[in-house]
Design a protein around this ligand. Structure first.
Ligand SMILES: Cc1ncc(COP(=O)(O)O)c(C=O)c1O
Length: 446
């Protein structure tokens, strides 16, 4: 490692005594001598406590859509601070923000706010199950929907031997999740409408919700096709299952109307979080009036900190910018230019690759063809990515070490970031080729 992480490492030892693993989220722990502590961020750049500067493509897993410490949003947040916080009462501004969301996302006939993506998805699942009076749900293999018991399950593709027949086992992500919930969770591979139909034929009487993230933001940005989403839409109607489109990452990022606009679909319920408030904690569940109105008919929804005046003011301003300025077009353009720059480096070296998802949240994939579901991802060679990512960190480019997490772009990424990133990428690719020359190079190249 070329950077010094001395201060981060020292802090890790100190922090580990007070906080398990020295962090406040398991995903922030990267190893005893690799865990970074942020000092501050500005625009598209982040500085760690050792003073290392990075161009950041993690952006807190997506929230900083305009860039860190965006003055427009921060000024609004400061005004929001003067309002007074939370009152156990609603404020007028909630209506304004909800109305804007409804204008931007046609499926969002009604809106309720929460603080995190997890809370929004929890609410959506509860609403769907209350509405259908059916207790189970379907998750797409490889999908991530937050840190609560109903979704902390995964289809164990890695241990699955397709040649032996059968389907991947369903396993729990976390100790402490009651095993009894397993029977409420079904899995389906993305982009396989026949599989979904078969599942629904057999279990529709118990399945109340189909939970899908059509650009899989925790799975290499693998994308659903329009045809698949349309088929899934019809199947949900046929079997009286609520389609929940989880837009926690894609919402207000891939288009003003989110992935639903991009793919021409309309969810029954949808969830939003990350890009809503440029990092201030706020989320929303939204959807069909008849389903949302279940909250007036016995479905619990709420929370002490829901619509804190700071977050709400930030969301109001952030959504206004995303709605009324070309921010999203600029973000997509940067993302596409970045793909072009990286592609040239890889093409010049004969390295097979492709990009998945949308320019604003790209998955980089070392294969000639994009994966269509998580099963495909597993069959690809991701050693190249895994070897390259820490080299990029050393060169001042902060991408997620796990290849499943996409590269997020914000409005503050500009030409100097692009030039610097492509140059660093070229060096990292060459160093990776050198390191893998006797091992995986053959697999990684054409
Ligand atoms: C698609 C999706 N849904 C839900 C969540 C949970 O959001 P949060 O971490 O804000 O609870 C995430 C988080 O990454 C996500 O990507």
């Amino acid at each position: 490692m070329r950077r010094s992480l001395q201060r981060s490492n020292e802090h890790f030892r100190q922090a580990s005594a007070a906080m398990p693993m020295g962090v406040s989220s398991n995903f922030r722990y990267w190893g005893d001598d690799k865990t970074l502590y942020a000092d501050h961020g500005k625009g598209a750049r982040l500085w760690d406590i050792d003073g290392n500067e990075y161009i950041d493509y993690r952006l807190g897993y997506g929230p900083a859509i305009l860039g860190y410490a965006d003055p427009r949003v921060d000024e609004a947040a400061i005004e929001g601070m003067k309002v007074g916080g939370v009152f156990a009462l609603s404020t007028e501004l909630e209506y304004d923000v909800a109305s804007r969301i409804s204008r931007m996302v046609p499926a969002a006939e009604m809106v309720r706010f929460s603080n995190s993506g997890t809370e929004a998805v929890m609410a959506a699942l509860r609403l769907a199950k209350a509405f259908t009076r059916k207790d189970s749900h379907i998750i797409v293999e490889g999908g991530y929907h937050g840190i609560f018991d109903s979704v902390l399950w995964y289809a164990d593709i890695e241990e699955w031997d397709e040649s032996k027949g059968g389907q991947p086992n369903v396993e729990v992500e976390s100790h402490g999740v009651p095993q009894i919930l397993k029977k409420l969770t079904h899995f389906t591979p993305l982009n396989d409408a026949d599989y979904l139909e078969d599942l629904l034929k057999r279990h529709h009487h118990e399945i109340g919700a189909f939970l899908v993230e059509p650009i899989m933001g925790n799975c290499c940005s693998i994308q659903a096709t329009r045809e698949y989403m349309q088929a899934a839409r019809m199947l949900c109607e046929k079997y009286h299952v609520i389609m929940i489109v989880d837009e926690v990452k894609t919402g207000f990022r891939v288009a003003r109307g989110g992935v639903q606009e991009l793919l021409g679909i309309k969810a029954d319920l949808c969830t939003f979080a990350k890009a809503m408030g440029n990092g201030y904690p706020i989320s929303a569940v939204a959807g069909r009036k008849d389903i949302m109105m279940q909250v007036a008919n016995g479905v619990s929804h709420g929370g002490t900190y829901t619509c804190h005046s700071v977050s709400l003011a930030a969301a109001n301003r952030c959504l206004q910018i995303l709605d009324e300025t070309p921010a999203l077009e600029n973000i997509a353009k940067y993302g596409n230019d970045l793909r072009d720059g990286m592609s040239k480096v890889l093409r010049d070296r004969g390295i097979r690759h492709c990009f998945t998802g949308h320019g604003s949240m790209s998955g980089l994939f070392f294969n000639a063809e994009a994966p269509t579901n998580y099963r495909d991802w597993l069959n690809s060679d991701y050693t190249f990515y895994d070897t390259m990512a820490p080299k990029l960190h050393d060169l001042g480019i902060l991408c997620e070490p796990d290849s499943r997490e996409p590269w997020f772009v914000c409005e503050a990424h500009e030409q100097s970031c692009l030039t610097q990133t492509v140059a660093a990428f070229e060096s990292a690719v060459d160093e990776t080729l050198e390191e893998l020359k006797d091992t995986d190079r053959a697999k990684a190249t054409a």
